[in-house]
Design a protein around this ligand. Structure first.
Ligand SMILES: Nc1nc2c(ncn2[C@@H]2O[C@H](COP(=O)(O)OP(=O)(O)OP(=O)(O)O)[C@@H](O)[C@H]2O)c(=O)[nH]1
Ligand SMILES: [Mg+2]
Length: 451
C-alpha cells in the first residue's frame, strides 16, 4: 500500500453539469472530514462506506460549493484504498479551488493513471485489466469497446493462467528432478512431460495468432481505394464518410496525396484511404502520391479496386490489377448510372456495382466490406489487442520451445529449468506479476490524469 494520498480532477476540463475530484489513500477520509459539512448531521461527520452525502465544501467556514460526497472505504474501492469522490459543479476554476484545498490538507496531485496503478499494485486488478481501463476510455467503435470490456473482465488473465498452470507443473517436476535425480530422472524426460509442454506451446501460439485480429479491431482495418484517375475514388470516399472530405472534380489527377480518414461500418473501425489515380507520367507531386499508394498496398487489409462502368477494363486498369491481384480485394464498378449494360471484368474477386454520384449500391458495398472485415477477425472476447502482450507471448514461446528441445536432447535439468522460468516470467509480465518499474511507468504514462 502506498503511504501518501493522491488527488486529481477526474472529469474533463471545461464547464459542465458535474465535475468530480477523486482522493485515494490513507488520509482520504480525514481530508473529507476536514473539508465537508453535511447538511443534516450537525457539525460532526462520521462517513460510512458506500454512502453518498449531501453538503458543502468549506474553506475556513467559507462555503465553496454544494456537493455530493461519495465514500468508499478500503478495500472495497477502485484503488483498494480509502477513496473519496467529491461531485461538485463543473467549473474549471471551482474544481481547481477545491482540488487546491484538498492538496493543502495533505494530499498530493496524482500522476497520470495513478489511481489505476494503485488498483494494480494493491492486487485488485491485473495489468491486462488496468490496460483495458484506458482502452475503454479510448475506444472509438463498439467492437473495440467490446474487446476492452472482455479484457477488463479478466479474459486474457484467464488464458494466461491456464498456460502458466501447465508450465508450472512441468517446472516443479523438473526441479524435483534436479533435487532428487535418482527418483525422478526417468519420469521427466518422458513423452508425457514433452506433450504437456507442447500443449502449452500450442496455446501460446494460438494467443499470438489472435493478436492481429485484436489489433485490427482496436486500431481499425485499413481499406485502400485504388484505381486510375477520374474513376470516382474520392467521390466514394466522401460517400462512405458521409461528408465532403476530399476534393472531387472532373479533371483527372485531382487527388495527389494519400488521405486517411476513420469511420465505422457496422461497428467495425476502419481507416479508409483515398489515393492518387495510378497512371503513367504525371508531375512530381503526382508521382510521389502514386508511390505512396503503391507502398500502402502492402499495408492495406482490403483494397477497393475502382473501375468505370462506362468503359471496359482498360490496359491501364489491367496494369493496376496486376499489382493487387493477390490481395484481399473488391472490384467496385462505379458510374453505373452511365452504362446501360455493365460489363463485369473477369476477375476471381467479389464485384459490386455502384454510383458514387447518385448514392446507388453503397449499402451493398458496405455490407461486402463488413463481411470481409469480420471474416478477418475473431470474436472480440478472445482478441489480443496489445503489442506488449504479443511480444511477451513470443518471448514465452521461444523459451518454451528451447525447454522442449532441451528435454528431447537430454540437456541437464538445470538448464531446462532456466528456459521454463524465462517462459513463465514472460507470461507473468503480461499480467504484471513480474514487471519492472520502468515498464509500469511507461504503461501508466499513457493514461489520463484522474484515472
Ligand atoms: N456519372 C457519374 N459520375 C461520377 C460518379 N462518381 C464520380 N463521378 C464524377 O467523376 C469525376 C471524378 O470523380 P473523382 O471522385 O474526383 O475521381 P477520382 O478517382 O478521385 O479522380 P482522381 O483524384 O483524379 O484520381 C467527378 O466529376 C465526379 O463527379 C458516378 O457514380 N457517376
Ligand atoms: Mg480523387
Amino acid at each position: 500500500m502506498a503511504e501518501d494520498t493522491i488527488a486529481a480532477i477526474a472529469t474533463p476540463v471545461g464547464s459542465g453539469g458535474i465535475g468530480i475530484i477523486k482522493i485515494s489513500g490513507t488520509q482520504a477520509l480525514s481530508i473529507a472530514t476536514a473539508l465537508f459539512r453535511p447538511f443534516r448531521q450537525g457539525r460532526k461527520f462520521f462517513p460510512k462506506s458506500h454512502q453518498l452525502y449531501y453538503g458543502h465544501i468549506v474553506n475556513d467556514e467559507q462555503i465553496l460549493d454544494e456537493v455530493l460526497l461519495a465514500v468508499m472505504k478500503a478495500p472495497h474501492s477502485y484503488t483498494g484504498e480509502d477513496v473519496i469522490e467529491i461531485q461538485a459543479h463543473a467549473g474549471t476554476f471551482l474544481l481547481k479551488s477545491i482540488l487546491e484545498l484538498v492538496l493543502k490538507h495533505g494530499a498530493r496531485l496524482a500522476h497520470p493513471g495513478e489511481f489505476t496503478k494503485r488498483a494494480f499494485l494493491n492486487g485488485r486488478i491485473d495489468l491486462t485489466q488496468a490496460e483495458a481501463v484506458m482502452d475503454m476510455i479510448c475506444a472509438k467503435s463498439t467492437r473495440s469497446l467490446d474487446i476492452a470490456a472482455a479484457q477488463l473482465r479478466g479474459g486474457i488473465r484467464e488464458d494466461i493462467e491456464g498456460i502458466r498452470h501447465a508450465m508450472l507443473s512441468v517446472l516443479s517436476a523438473i526441479e524435483a528432478g534436479i533435487d532428487f535425480p535418482e527418483d525422478m530422472g526417468d519420469d521427466i524426460s518422458s513423452e508425457q512431460t514433452i506433450a504437456q509442454l507442447n500443449e502449452a506451446v500450442s496455446r501460446i501460439r494460438e494467443m499470438i495468432s489472435r493478436y492481429r485480429d485484436g489489433h485490427v479491431l482496436k486500431e481499425g482495418l485499413k481499406v485502400l481505394v485504388i484505381g486510375r484517375p477520374n474513376v470516382g475514388k474520392s467521390s466514394l470516399m466522401n460517400r462512405l464518410l458521409g461528408r465532403d472530405r476530399v476534393i472531387v472534380t472532373p479533371i483527372p489527377g485531382t487527388t495527389r496525396d494519400l488521405i486517411e480518414e476513420s469511420l465505422t461500418i457496422q461497428g467495425i473501425p476502419i481507416i479508409l484511404a483515398d489515393s492518387a489515380g495510378l497512371h503513367e507520367g504525371g508531375d512530381l507531386a503526382e508521382q510521389i502520391g502514386m508511390e505512396k499508394t503503391c507502398q500502402y498496398i502492402a499495408e492495406a487489409d482490403l483494397i477497393l479496386f475502382m473501375l468505370d462502368a462506362s468503359v471496359l477494363m482498360t490496359p491501364q486498369d489491367w496494369q493496376i490489377y496486376e499489382k493487387i491481384r493477390d490481395t484481399q480485394m473488391i472490384a467496385v464498378i462505379n458510374k453505373s448510372d452511365l452504362a446501360n449494360e455493365i460489363q463485369r471484368p473477369e476477375v476471381p474477386h467479389p464485384i459490386v456495382c455502384i454510383s458514387a454520384l447518385y448514392n446507388k449500391g453503397i449499402d451493398v458495398l458496405k455490407e461486402q466490406i463488413a463481411q470481409i472485415c469480420l471474416g478477418k477477425t475473431t470474436e472480440e472476447h478472445r482478441a489480443i489487442p496489445s503489442l506488449r502482450h504479443k511480444l511477451a507471448l513470443e518471448r514465452s514461446l521461444e523459451s518454451a520451445l528451447a525447454a522442449i528441445n532441451g528435454l528431447q536432447e537430454n540437456i541437464p535439468f538445470e538448464l531446462i529449468s532456466i528456459d521454463l522460468q524465462e517462459s513463465l516470467n514472460a507470461l507473468d509480465e503480461i499480467t504484471g506479476q513480474t514487471i519492472g518499474e520502468d515498464m509500469l511507468d511507461q504503461i501508466f504514462a499513457k493514461f489520463c490524469i484522474g484515472k
